[in-house]
Write a protein that binds this ligand. Sequence first.
Ligand code: PAF
Length: 186
Amino acid sequence: RTIDEVSRYVAEQRQRGASIGLVPTMGALHAGHISLVEKCVSENDVTIVSVFVNPTQFNNPADLASYPRKEDDDFRLLSAAGASAVFAPGVEEIYPGGIDAQPEHHFELGMAAEVMEGKYRPGHFQGVAQIVSKLFRMVTPDRAYFGEKDFQQIAVIRNMIKSEGIKVDIVACPIKRADDGLALSS
Ligand code: PAF
């Protein structure tokens, strides 16, 4: 639940020479997430999955309030998929003092964050960059896994790590679809 706990866990694993993969999620997991976890498990000694509904990437408060939260089911699925650890912090742990108390920081995300979804959801990609950069600094993974369903998000995250000077391999994974062809989504 805490940054201390995940840092200690990562330090222990690094001491024994383990490679570390991270799968960042907002929970309400489906087969798409599980495919990321399985790929991460196959490519790293340790797989850490974060489960955190990040308030700063929701530009509509109603979407944040209604976002599905299914922690018990998520933990069961992650255990079955072979995840080594779950980092599921509360909002106060990630944003001490609340969201408005955070220092102003503008992420350089390039054109990728301005067009398409970026155009219609102001602040969304800044919020994604904020949480993903925090998770990368907390977990210090060698590799991080993201679904190509959010293709634009992957481009933005690649720009973010370049501009923030964060060393991590971003692994893009294929979309999982329902029988009718729609990409699985929480
Ligand atoms: O793709 C998601 O689920 C989220 O945007 C992410 C990357 C976990 C950041 O909150």
